[in-house]
Design a binder for this molecule. Structure first.
Ligand code: EPU
Length: 350
């Protein structure tokens, strides 16, 4: 198996400099070889597209397994749906693009999200009303303890808002090898988001095709999220906090413009409605950060993005500690003003 001792900054979209040994897994045998040779007590780091990781230089002695298992296989082609199995190392957006081009729906609103297919179940990637949990049939994993390949069903994955088994009890236990998706042949639901609706009105599109929905999402994301190839970032840096209805009502007394999203049970089904508040509500972290005056805020080597306060950017030569410092300042400021503790969205590896 191919291995290198390198600066892994280019392997992550936040581009923080860290020296580490990287092993490239192109198949299951490589994964087995990697774990067979791993010294006892050493915890490896599994890397996909690196678009949701903040890696500390302290990991020096932890080897990195870079997942490069490729392959796209149609498992079953039925009248109403298709089951497609993809290697964990496949590029997510290439998959979305191909699905749209072949009229398969279910993932079009998750266009232009950086990263690999194998990383999407970890944080239950979502955008514009779609979440990967709604299309994932199962996830094939390598169990590090008994070195066996297992299949986790959708239910086994314990998906919820930006969360899954892979961020909790399955952390350091499973390596995701492949993901099987169920995509539908039926016409897609048009995302209900205001920005998407506005885009179709402005462009005189009445019945958008999958490709037109994809184009709309790409355009909208472009205005709100910086291209990680040009501006180093990990997308949303914070989760949108879900708070009690009464707590939200109190804030709304002082801030009539506060956007809020209804959350129904388990905190994972949402309906966008900016004025009505029910049992629990999701408040956009970007709005909270903007209200404490930290949109486009310069922390030195780190800043919040000028068009979207939820995105933290590495201006070029930031360190892990610079990111931590900026994050702590944002959390403290939001807490001081609103009494809400923001949680980070990317995974911290140290
Ligand atoms: N807002 C502000 N100021 C800001 C940023 C946002 O007031 O600086 C307000 C917006 O006006 C809007 C609301 O906050 O009313 C929500 O903003 P937006 O539609 O941009 O979405 P978001 O809640 O910030 C979430 C996901 C994104 C996903 C979009 C679209 C999370 C943590 N983030 O962002 O996912 O693309 O919705 O569905 O749930 C990611 O996970 O990395 C990610 C980019």
């Amino acid at each position: 198996m191919h291995r290198l001792f390198i600066n892994i900054a280019p392997l992550t979209t936040m581009q923080l400099p860290v020296m580490a040994e990287v092993f490239y897994a192109k198949n299951v045998d490589h994964i087995l070889e990697f774990f067979n040779k791993l010294e006892k007590g050493v915890k490896p780091i599994i890397l996909g597209g690196g678009s949701n990781l903040i890696i500390s230089p302290e990991i020096k002695n932890r080897p990195i397994l870079k997942m490069e298992i490729m392959g796209i296989e149609i498992i079953s082609n039925e009248r109403d749906f298709v089951l497609i199995k993809l290697g964990a190392g496949e590029n997510w957006d290439n998959f979305v693009s191909r699905a749209c081009a072949t009229n398969l729906s279910g993932i079009e609103a998750m266009s232009a999200i950086p990263g690999t297919v194998g990383a999407t179940p970890v944080q239950n990637v979502g955008a514009y009303g779609q979440e990967v949990k709604d299309t994932i049939l199962n996830v094939e994993v390598f169990d590090i303890e008994d070195k066996k390949i297992k299949i986790l069903t959708n239910v086994d994955c314990k998906f919820s808002y930006r969360d899954s088994i892979f961020k909790n009890e399955g952390k350091n236990k499973f390596v995701i090898i492949s993901v099987t998706f169920k995509l539908l042949k039926q016409f897609p639901e048009i995302p209900k988001y205001v920005d998407v609706k506005k885009y179709f009105i402005e462009n005189n599109i009445n019945n958008p095709s999958l490709i037109q929905i994809r184009d709309a999402i790409i355009n909208i994301r472009h205005t709100k999220l910086p291209d990680p190839k040009i501006i180093f970032n990990t997308g949303s840096f914070f989760k949108n906090p879900i708070i009690d209805k009464n707590e939200a009502l109190k804030i709304k007394e002082s801030y009539l413009d506060m956007p809020s999203f209804t959350v129904i049970s388990n905190a994972n089904i949402e309906n966008k409605s900016s004025n009505s508040i029910y049992e629990q509500v999701k408040i956009p972290a970007g709005w909270l950060i903007e209200k404490v005056g930290m949109k486009g805020y310069d922390f030195g080597k780190v800043a919040t993005y000028k068009n979207n306060a939820i995105v933290l950017i590495n201006k070029g030569d930031a360190s892990y500690q610079d990111i931590i410092n900026a994050k702590d300042k944002i959390i403290a400021s939001v807490y001081e003003k609103f009494g809400i503790t923001l949680e980070t969205e990317p995974e911290f590896v140290n």
